[in-house]
Ligand binder design. Sequence first.
Ligand code: 13P
Length: 247
Amino acid sequence: MTAPRPLIAGNWKMNGLRASLVEAAAIAEGAAGCAARVAICPPAVLIHLMSELLAGTEVLVGGQDAHWEDAGAFTGDVSARMLADAGAKLVILGHSERRSGWGETDAMVARKVQAALRAGLEPIVCVGEMLEQRNAGQAAPIVTEQVRGSLPAELAGRPFCVAYEPVWAIGTGLTPSIAEIEEMHRAVRATLGEKFGPAAEAVPILYGGSVKPGNAAEILHAAEVGGALVGGASLKAADFLAIVRAL
Ligand code: 13P
């Protein structure tokens, strides 16, 4: 089976105004012809503008979350269908900031994934352990459980990614060792195999958590790493492009 094309996705989180679209344009210009698929996931209000700006370039636009219903009385929420209508092609689901800040469970994430598939979006499903869990030797069992619970059967045969993001590595400058990253990605791959059979080999498993220009090459070339989900370092085109080019 051929290895999946790696994905380097920038998660802008709650950062960026319309003026930040110049960074997106610079990313698209600099990423032309690169080895990876490249995506930017800006705040929802920028998706439409960014999609129009990047139309005809190789850079995809994605959302950062979506409701599990397609429409309805859910004040303040955005549905996957709306993201797709605004031009998004992908959506991050189950990010640890949603799990810890908004109480999202694996079951909720699985419903969101189903909604993303209905809308024709490619889900990037995030999993990752907290520091106490890693220190208690529970990193692999916790992440295995998250993969089992967050990925519904409907994903079979559909394009999707898993992002392994250890919570303690997000925004801290800390990263696991390469051996630890490989061990966790192998655990995710094995769980995907249990769920989806041999087709699971084609699912990119991204690493996320303090990916920077200085550590990107080593991380991106580690076994079972199929790309990166980049937070802070995706906000400036120069940094993000250095990561994209590290592949
Ligand atoms: P940082 O790259 O800022 O650590 O964020 C990682 C992340 O949460 C991406 O989704």
